[in-house]
Design a binder for this molecule. Structure first.
Ligand SMILES: O=c1ccn([C@@H]2O[C@H](COP(=O)(O)OP(=O)(O)O[C@H]3O[C@@H](CO)[C@H](O)[C@H]3O)[C@@H](O)[C@H]2O)c(=O)[nH]1
Ligand SMILES: [Mn+2]
Length: 392
């Protein structure tokens, strides 16, 4: 309402820019709350990043879990379209004009017309943790019928150690009612810092186009009550739909690549990031978890459109995977940025022959790190900072 103040976070970015402010009517204005809610976990240390091409009505269902967190909305597609955000949410919104204004020529490393654009939100955030979710993902129910607070479960996953060096057969040993089983080395029971928490999906599973075409009516109804650490040396297909990570531990590696408009490939944004992230986590001794929490994925994207986007990736990945499986990083790679730059050199060297696209991608990986360091003033720290933040 006129005159009512609204909690709108204006971010002091390196280059001041006028955020794309939707008309005042669609701006947030938190309703006065007579009975203050308990402060949610990591309230001021976590941003929720949402890539979108549509109005964000889905937030209504998430309001009990998300309303007290800051949102970073990355609006893809036509920047003149106004995205409406339900009242009461604290958010900043960036469209393509903002990305171009903030990054200048480096904006060419951020995809257009693809959910890969979400990684811009990771870059501009100033928080320690990120949760990213698609706008067609809703609150799922656990087998008891209780609404699942996906964000709370991700936070638990991130705040407890991982076990990448030795597999615990009773799954997450740090979980209430579980522990390390007999034969688990005591020297390894401290675990490793958790960098990534990869959640899953009920209803529409994240299948590739060929599988979608063969099984158009398949729905995931199986709720598996487990969180697993993905063992060191094992890659995994990371889906960006329901994903959380420690931005200080692994953020610079969460680049979602060159996808969408003008690119020969799509729907491999999160996959590419996941393969780079896992190689770097293994090198730096960080953990990646998958399993709980579930969200309810409501919309299957068009399998024919998806097939066109994925087509080249389906056979390229038969070369990409062996590349990541055999990728090694030197001991001089003591920070995520250094690991990532080293990896980009190997991409150019070893995948450039697969297709010229990988030369472009390798260059974009470097541009991403340059932009990340510039926006986060981390270039001088990069040379000395250990992944756990301790200076050399
Ligand atoms: O051009 C676009 C298209 C979509 N978005 C936003 O991105 C997410 C995901 O979109 P959608 O749910 O339509 O697509 P899915 O196929 O279900 O996405 C999953 O597959 C992977 C494709 O990369 C991806 O990791 C998953 O997200 C929504 O929020 C759209 O609004 C966009 O920004 N630009
Ligand atoms: Mn979807």
């Amino acid at each position: 309402m006129i005159g009512e103040t609204h909690r709108f976070t204006l971010r002091a970015l390196k280059t001041q820019h006028s955020l794309h402010l939707p008309p005042f009517s669609s701006l947030s204005s938190p309703m006065a709350d007579p009975s203050p809610k308990p402060v949610p976990l990591l309230k001021d240390q976590l941003d929720i990043v949402i890539p979108t091409i549509r109005n964000l009505d889905f937030l209504e269902m998430w309001r009990p879990f998300f309303e007290q967190y800051h949102l970073i909305i990355v609006q893809d597609g036509d920047p003149n379209k106004v995205i409406s955000v339900p009242q009461g949410f604290d958010y900043e919104l960036y469209n393509r004009n903002d990305i171009n204004r903030i990054l200048g020529p480096k904006a060419n490393c951020i995809s257009f017309k693809d959910s890969a654009c979400r990684c811009f939100g990771y870059m501009v955030s100033k928080k320690k943790y990120i949760y990213t979710i698609d706008d067609d993902c809703f609150v799922a129910k656990d087998p008891s019928g209780k609404d699942i607070n996906a964000l709370e479960q991700h936070i638990k996953n991130l705040l407890s150690p991982a076990t990448p060096f030795f597999f615990n057969t009773l799954y997450d040993p740090y979980r209430e009612g579980a522990d390390f089983v007999r034969g688990y080395p005591f020297s390894l029971r401290e675990g490793a810092p958790t960098a990534v928490s990869h959640g899953l999906w009920l209803n529409i599973p994240d299948y590739d186009a060929p599988t979608q075409l063969v099984k158009p009516r398949e729905r995931n109804t199986r709720y598996v009550d487990a969180v697993l650490t993905i063992p060191k040396g094992t890659l995994f297909p990371m889906c960006g739909m329901n994903l959380a990570f420690d931005r200080e531990l692994i953020g610079p590696a969460m680049y979602f690549g060159l996808m969408g408009d003008g690119q020969p490939i799509g729907r491999y944004d999160d996959m590419w990031a996941g393969w780079c992230v896992k190689v770097i986590c293994d090198h730096l001794g960080l953990g990646v978890k998958t399993g709980l929490p579930y969200i309810w994925h409501s919309k299957a994207s068009n399998p024919f459109v998806n097939l066109k986007k994925e087509y080249k990736g389906i056979f390229w990945q038969e070369e990409i995977i062996p590349f990541f499986q055999s990728a090694t990083l030197s001991k001089e790679c003591t920070s995520v940025q250094k690991c990532y730059i080293e990896l980009s050199k190997q991409v150019k060297e070893k995948l450039g022959a697969v297709d010229p696209y990988f030369n472009k991608l390798a260059d974009a990986m470097v541009t991403w790190i340059e932009a990340w360091d510039e926006l986060n003033n981390t270039s001088e720290e990069t040379s000395s900072k250990q992944p756990n933040g301790a200076a050399k």
